[in-house]
Design a protein around this ligand. Structure first.
Ligand SMILES: NC(=O)c1ccc[n+]([C@@H]2O[C@H](COP(=O)([O-])OP(=O)(O)OC[C@H]3O[C@@H](n4cnc5c(N)ncnc54)[C@H](OP(=O)(O)O)[C@@H]3O)[C@@H](O)[C@H]2O)c1
Length: 314
């Protein structure tokens, strides 16, 4: 394998910090490295663990995908900041990560509150001195026919699933630009193709998709990696009860994850692993499971066919 060599001082800050380098200031670039996404010290001859000593801030870190992501980033060598409102659950996830010998900070925060978001980013920088990843995972779905969904219900869900992301992004981006880091927005397949009986949810995630694309277009030339993640239903213990109180009068399947979409539920650990890899490869989008991209492409070519596919699958 051919390696192009450059002076470490010419690399982005994250790439230059190679703990395995023997001091000779020469590293392989990721785009010519055999592992593609892992900067490799060619003199020491060992792969550099990409996440070592990077700092990842995850909103919605007290449960579901957010806590799985916290554990995955920590296991990969990153220091982790977890944010959510429920202090007890947050502390319990953080304790597990700390017990495994990893750096972790739990910050109680309501991401719909500007002061909480500013405090969250400030505490991250005070504690760890840098920020390499922001994952906006805090969010929730809903149930209900869209015609019965009130403007107030739209506004409330938009506040959490979209406006709160705008708050977190604006607070974190100055720090992420310094490290040429990663901005990860967790959307949903419902942000690619709307489904029935989920009220305002698809509209909030479509908005998030547009915002994320704009961020990518405007900020990636400055070295920031921007990733939109669009997963199908994620496995969870309370899957069938979660939306029971909003599902009166809807078909039985509307209570289920993804309002009954016929996809196998994704293990949060598998999705977390895929998100870390998509970051390492600086991919713009992650649709999960990946095969769904084909169905989405058909729907984009023909809305009539797209509606037929959605009806068949839900
Ligand atoms: N579950 C699925 O099937 C699925 C599928 C596709 C996409 N997604 C998306 O994936 C993300 C995570 O979903 P999940 O199912 O893992 O969710 P979850 O288990 O319900 O967890 C949501 C997290 O967000 C936090 N949160 C909620 N409101 C918050 C607020 N105002 N401020 C701060 N934190 C808040 C919750 O903690 P506190 O309550 O302690 O604040 C919790 O940690 C969401 O954006 C969701 O839309 C989920």
């Amino acid at each position: 394998m051919f390696f192009k060599t450059v002076r470490a001082s010419a690399l982005s800050p994250g790439m230059a910090a190679n703990p395995y380098c023997d001091g000779n200031d020469v590293v392989g670039l990721p785009w010519v490295c055999p592992t593609a996404h892992r900067p490799t010290c060619i003199l020491a001859g060992v792969p550099m663990p990409y996440w070592t000593d990077k700092v990842a801030l995850i909103t919605g870190g007290s449960g579901g995908l957010g806590s799985a992501l916290g554990e995955a980033f920590a296991a990969a060598g990153a220091k982790v900041v977890l944010a959510a409102r429920n202090t007890e659950r947050l502390d319990s996830i953080a304790a597990g990560i700390r017990q495994a010998g990893r750096g972790v900070l739990a910050v109680p925060a309501d991401v719909t509150q500007q002061a909480d978001v500013e405090n969250l980013v400030r505490r991250t920088i005070d504690e760890f001195g840098r920020l390499d990843v922001l994952v906006n995972a805090a969010g929730r779905s809903a149930r209900g026919q869209v015609i019965d969904t009130t403007p107030e219900e739209f506004a409330e869900l938009l506040e959490l699933n979209f406006i709160a992301v705008v708050r977190c992004v604006r607070a974190a981006v100055p720090h992420l630009l310094k490290t040429h880091g990663h901005l990860v927005n967790i959307s949903s397949l419902a942000g690619k193709a709307a489904v029935r009986y989920v009220g305002a949810y698809p509209a909030t995630k479509f908005a998030l998709g547009a915002y994320t694309q704009q961020l990518r277009l405007e900020l990636s030339p400055g070295g920031l990696h921007v990733l939109l993640v669009s997963p199908g239903p994620i496995a969870r213990p309370d899957a069938t009860e979660r939306y029971a109180d909003q599902s009166a009068g809807l078909p039985e399947r509307a209570r289920k994850p993804g309002a009954g979409v016929k996809f196998r539920a994704i293990r949060p650990e598998d999705l977390s692993h895929a998100i870390l890899r998509a970051c390492e490869r600086r991919r713009p989008e992650l649709v999960y499971p990946p095969a769904v991209r084909f169905l989405l492409a058909l729907g984009a070519l023909s809305p009539r066919l797209g509606d037929w596919i959605v009806r068949r699958l839900t």
